[in-house]
Design a protein around this ligand. Structure first.
Ligand code: IVH
Length: 706
């Protein structure tokens, strides 16, 4: 959708209509952003639409909607800051909700470390601050860089803004040469109230909650605005360090305190789950009077050597957990039910709500999961919400726990309007009109339109260009959608004829979307770079239901060439038992996957689209294992830390295709450890055992050309 940049000559009717569209569009984008891996709008476009909304609201203040996007949460990262690659990834925390989860956390750690229940094991317990995390890098005692978390590995450079915070020292004494201090930027509730009052007086944007206000204030392109906002900072962790701060978590926090950082006074040292839970209860009681928002208590293993041994899972440390406060509930009215269509054709119902504050967050959308969830009865007749269905106009209870998408937990039948009618779940796709069918045993209704359905086509294209798939530089979700909407790319194969067809339309695009010869050529080169591509990636990129990255690689490793795969699929489709048995005989491929794969290759139109694509590609052969030319054949390899050049699944499949055995843990039998950033206990153990260790680049060099 495109909006003018100008509002001269706009009437109330124009503004009202556009504000309505913007509200719907941004609400959907917000929902997608929080709920899926493929946001519908990219960050720059999201920001542009928000600015457009703000401009209209300033010009037409009497038309500001109750569900205005300017009071919604979920601002996407901006494109306006330079990017910072974190030297040590900024991870998130796994969650605990019940007391038993805390006991299990302790038990899990003891088991992992081989510590019996009679031996002491200490933890720190501290509030989980509801703000946004910030990493401050000091070199030789001077603040040189500040970055937001971003996606954990790349954040935004907000150095100038961070320098304006009074809790952020510019110079440290007696600090390690390299010290990255991490913590939470937040806004006190009283400061938040005062800021919003001032914003209202100015006719400026109001913030939904202190966390949004803190995020919005830190991520200002003008540092002077940040300076005018009362932001605070608690230090609770660290990233890269040239020398350790202490032997314990508590000791390290005390060091940070001695450097002049604010650390949380409610940090306690606990000797086990009973003391941790007692401290949690105490903090919970004080929660309302703290003056700042917190959403739980974080427990961390106190002994830093043990933290090192425990290390990390893919995105969370094993040595810490966030014990969240209970979920928040609120009642509001259901204004409508929209149906969104995803990549695999799934029709997902989304509740449009009268905006309501649920524990500090304004919620205007919630998931309704599927048809059965709305009707109040599951596929086997079991009751959901005591069998109460959900109708437009109903008074509904919203449930929000942490970062999960809010859902409708209950319906108040006593408040149901007399004219409310049972929701008729569509039996045709709202996007393309094709039949939407439900397979036996599947709660999800799916559009049968395949690629004639624009929603599926766009989602499929977005998947095609995504990271584990073709990952074409400069051709992200936004661009590919634009090309689709402009009629340039209907299916993946069209991407590879863009250069040839572009000559004719370049002028048009230049005018509309700001493409120039240089940027277009850069894109075409990036597309050309992907003409030669791995088998597994191509298969994964097709977005066949149930065929994920790992399965794609397994299948590729089994068949070796694209041609063999196609031949096998043809045979299997002709009900050749042997071909089918061979397919489901692949370790890791079950009958559901196999059925889906054979179906995709057997459908005329889908197969034709696959063939049109493959005609533009040189799909690399996966060579059968030949011990004579593989330096890793028969070796046991362990991957740890973050891999940046390939996915875990790809790395594993590649290693296996070269005859290596991939293991999840380091032992005396390990031959090679491939350690990426964030590698923890495994790297240490490998070092202790004298095991050959290399980084990802070293590994790729070793298997070069294979
Ligand atoms: S420790 C390696 N401690 O919670 C993990 N995080 O859900 C380091 N947070 O991204 C984080 N208060 O933004 C830690 N006392 C605290 C925290 C805290 C808030 C945030 C932080 C993190 C998120 C994870």
């Amino acid at each position: 959708m495109s909006f003018d940049t100008d509002i001269t000559g706009f009437t109330d009717t124009d503004a009202k209509s556009e504000l309505g569209q913007l509200s719907a569009l941004l609400a959907k984008a917000n929902m997608d952003y929080h709920g899926s891996d493929t946001p519908t709008l990219d960050d720059a476009e999201f920001d542009r639409l928000k600015q457009r909304n703000a401009a209209l609201e300033t010009a037409f203040p009497h038309l500001v909607r109750a569900d205005s996007p300017s009071v919604q949460v979920g601002a996407a990262p901006s494109d306006g800051f330079s990017k910072v690659t974190h030297a040590v990834a900024m991870l998130s925390l796994s969650n605990a909700f019940e007391d038993t989860d805390v006991e299990e956390f302790d038990a899990r750690i003891r088991k992992y470390l081989g510590i019996s229940s009679s031996e002491p094991l200490a933890f720190t317990a501290e509030p989980k601050i509801d703000g946004l995390s910030l990493s401050l890098r000091y070199e030789n005692g001077t603040l040189v860089q500040a970055a937001t978390r971003g996606d954990g590995s790349v954040g935004e450079n907000v150095t100038g803004n961070a320098r304006t915070l009074s809790d952020v020292p510019h110079v440290l004494e007696n600090a390690p040469d390299v010290l990255e201090v991490r913590g939470e930027v937040y806004m006190a509730q009283s400061d938040f109230d005062a800021l919003n009052a001032a914003q209202i007086a100015k006719g400026a944007k109001v913030f939904a909650n202190p966390r949004n206000a803190a995020a919005g204030s830190l991520r200002q392109l003008d540092s002077e605005i940040t300076r005018s906002r009362p932001l605070r900072f608690f230090a609770y962790a660290w990233g890269e360090l040239s020398t350790p701060l202490a032997d314990t978590q508590k000791g390290a926090i005390d060091r940070l305190d001695s450097f002049g950082f604010s650390t949380n006074p409610l940090t306690a040292l606990c000797d086990g789950p009973t003391a941790m839970i007692a401290h949690y209860r105490q903090i919970e009681q004080q929660r309302a009077s703290l003056g700042y928002d917190i959403d739980g208590v974080v427990y961390k293993v106190d002994d830093l050597a043990l933290q090192g041994r425990l290390g990390f899972r893919s995105t969370t440390p094993r040595w810490a957990v966030a014990h969240k406060f209970p979920a928040e509930l609120a009642w509001t009215r259901l204004d409508g039910i929209d149906i969104q269509v995803g990549r695999t054709g799934a029709l997902s119902p989304v509740a449009r709500l009268q905006p309501v504050n649920v524990g500090g967050v304004v919620v205007s959308n919630a998931t309704l999961h599927n048809e059965d969830y709305i009707s109040g009865h599951g596929a086997k007749g079991e009751e959901i919400r005591g069998g109460r269905d959900v109708r437009v106009g109903d008074w509904v209870q919203i449930y929000r726990a942490g970062d999960v998408i809010p859902k409708i937990a209950d319906v108040d039948l006593s408040k149901r309007p007399d004219d409310a009618v049972a929701f008729q779940f569509p039996s045709v796709c709202p996007e393309c009109g094709s039949l939407a069918a439900r397979e036996a045993g599947d709660a999800v209704r799916r559009c049968t339109g395949g690629m004639i359905c624009p929603a599926q086509a766009i989602e499929n294209l977005k998947h095609f260009v995504s990271r584990g798939a073709f990952d074409i530089d400069g051709l992200g979700a936004k661009q590919v959608e634009q090309f689709h909407n402009d009629g340039w790319v209907a299916e993946p194969a069209d991407i590879f004829t863009l250069r040839d067809r572009f000559g004719q339309g370049l002028q048009q695009l230049k005018n509309r979307d700001g493409w120039g010869d240089k940027s277009a050529n850069k894109l075409f080169d990036a597309i050309d770079d992907k003409r030669k591509i791995g088998f597994g990636r191509v298969l994964f990129a097709l977005g066949i239901r149930h065929i994920g990255e790992a399965a794609s690689n397994l299948i590729a490793a089994h068949y070796g060439t694209w041609h063999s795969l196609e031949t096998a699929m043809d045979l299997a489709a002709m009900l050749e038992g042997e071909a089918w048995d061979e397919l489901i005989g692949i370790d890791g491929v079950g009958s559901v996957m196999a059925g889906s794969l054979v179906h995709a290759f057997g459908q005329n139109s889908e197969r034709a689209a696959i063939d049109r694509l493959v005609a533009h590609l040189e799909v690399a052969e996966v060579k059968p294992v030949d011990a004579s030319d593989s330096p890793v054949a028969g070796k046991t390899v362990v991957f740890t830390g973050t891999l940046e050049l390939m996915s875990r699944a790809e790395a594993k499949a590649k290693a296996e295709s070269l005859g290596a055995k991939v293991s999840g843990s380091v032992s005396a039998k390990t031959d090679i450890l491939v350690a990426g950033p964030g590698a923890g206990s495994k790297a240490k153990k490998a070092a202790d055992l004298g095991i050959k260790t290399m980084d990802e680049a070293g590994w790729l060099d070793l298997i070069k050309g294979l």
